[in-house]
Design a binder for this molecule. Sequence first.
Ligand code: ADP
Ligand code: MG
Ligand code: MG
Length: 212
Amino acid sequence: ELTPSGRTARAMLGAAAVRLAELEEHLGDLDAVAADGDHGTTMTRGIDAAVTAAGRSGPAAADVLVAAGMAFADAAGGASGALWGSGLTTAGHVLEAAGPDTPDPALLVRALREAEAAVVRLGGSEPGDKTLVDALRPLVDTFAAAVGDGEDVHEAWVRAARAAEDAAAATADLVAQRGRAARLGDRSNGTADPGAVSLAACAVATTAAVPG
Ligand code: ADP
Ligand code: MG
Ligand code: MG
């Protein structure tokens, strides 16, 4: 039996999987502009494995996220697979502090911050480098600010997802500094970073699964 937070985590993964399947071709096209074109299939492979693993995990959100992260990294491969795997498992380990109970908003903020730190540590990218970090940083900052303003978790996630979407679109104006796209210099100018776009799309797609 899943706990309420475990159910939420599993529902969020399911919603992300549905959205990534819809976007698979588009993400591949974005990635093909300046890199190897596999971002759509990498993300769908990763999220599908994550959903399967989450279906057999322990009951709490922490269990779901750790299982999902390990499966994601394993199945997806590529830069984004390793980064998503690290982010999801890191968030899961932080949520272990809540045990079977629903994590309070402050712990959710900490889980997101530590997931972002793990992604930055592993990938070596900072905002402005034209990577998924350009969407992840505003996602986390906006969620933290909204929770600080007293918004409920659902409304905070909605605001955060919108900020991530805007930031992902704005990566079109950046020059890639990391990942495969950086090797081709300015070929990606005018095109949004695929990893930022997929991350923001997952955030938006999961809002309906997040209770207040
Ligand atoms: P690969 O580059 O191995 O083919 P994907 O195509 O699945 O992997 O993912 C590409 C995305 O991964 C990029 O658009 C970018 O957002 C992200 N990415 C690549 N390298 C890094 C890095 N060092 N730090 C952060 N994000 C990165
Ligand atoms: Mg690629
Ligand atoms: Mg690749």
